[in-house]
Ligand binder design. Sequence first.
Ligand SMILES: Nc1ncnc2c1ncn2[C@@H]1O[C@H](COP(=O)(O)OP(=O)(O)OP(=O)(O)O)[C@@H](O)[C@H]1O
Ligand SMILES: [Mg+2]
Length: 399
Amino acid sequence: MDLTPKQIEVVESVRTEDPKILLLSGAKRAGKTYVALLLFLAHVAKYEGEGLAFIIGGATYSSIWRNILDDMEKVIGREIKLDKKNAFKLFGNKIYVFDGSKSDSWKKARGFTAAGAFLNEGTALHNMFVKEVISRCSYKGARIIIDTNPENPAHPVKEDYIDKDGQMLASGRLNIRSFHFTLHDNIFLDPEYVESIIASTPSGMFTDRDIFGRWAAAEGAIYKDFHDSVHYITSEEAEKLNFVRYWAGVDWGYEHPGSIVLIAEDDQGDIYILEEHAKQHEEIDYWVKVAIEIKSRFGNINFYCDTARPEHIIRFRREGMRAINADKSVIAGIEEVARLFKLRKLKVVKDKVERFKKEINMYVWNPITGEPVKQWDDVLDAIRYAIYTHLKPQRRKTG
Ligand SMILES: Nc1ncnc2c1ncn2[C@@H]1O[C@H](COP(=O)(O)OP(=O)(O)OP(=O)(O)O)[C@@H](O)[C@H]1O
Ligand SMILES: [Mg+2]
């Protein structure tokens, strides 16, 4: 089996340094999970026939299947069936599979004595779960392998483990060894694929984390790839385009402005923000009027709505609008919009927006929380709901 030079480094460390906790952190698609899986299998095989317990942890059962068990089936050449305790036999041992993203997830691992664990996507797991699993791995020679993408530099996975790289146990065994992966470490990826990933990854935090694997703080402007000279077009230019699809995004607001944005896709697959309707201190009756007027011009289009006010969504439906609950995943949604700006596939009709012009430059990360500052986000939220929710099914199809 061929390994990348970085993966060989990791395997060598396990062979010669025998760390108790092995951390593989870094870029997406860098080859972390691949080598973690091989090392975990080798670790379980070392105890062949001893009837010991091992733990596999991931955010959810579906992510565990997608990221680990499907590939494990290929390597071991047989189907994996989880029993009632979500466990299966492997090399004469038992592997317990736990979803670990919730605050009470740690209770599942309580009372175990395990000889090893594989924790996938460390930052997606609850901190208590990670700690509990590590403390359950008390069998002699136990190893915990954690793979993860980077997040905020203050994340416990970084502060409690990665920053303690090289820490020794009283026994003289190495406790923690951590490796850093970049996208370029995976030499088995097609160079054209790597190039396209780099070209479509938003500048700033997303590039730092997803390409270089750095635990970069979120800071400064959120949509760093937006440039007036590139992303604005005029109404006259928009009139020459051939739009094939229309939809809208809705962010409810009263003290903060509420907003409805009209979005269209042209026959080239490019996306345009055609209109912004943003207003402060307006009740739902006003927004119904705006939506009905949009519907009269563009037909029965989808309105992807902020789910914070379900009663407003119900009202929209009663008035005949196709009102759909938006997917409000903040970081993933921002990444999608930012990706389109980076690719120059999302443009804005300048004379049809007002508040957008301010927000696009004022919308910034809160470096402490790693989330956007909840200000100057009203039109941008409506855009994010509309674009992320609308494009999601397409993304799933193309993988
Ligand atoms: N040594 C290898 N030989 C062949 N293919 C590999 C090797 N290492 C990794 N790959 C393939 O490269 C792709 C990315 O690897 P992997 O899933 O391990 O990355 P990752 O770092 O876990 O990424 P993510 O952060 O996105 O989960 C996978 O399709 C994997 O099968
Ligand atoms: Mg992975």
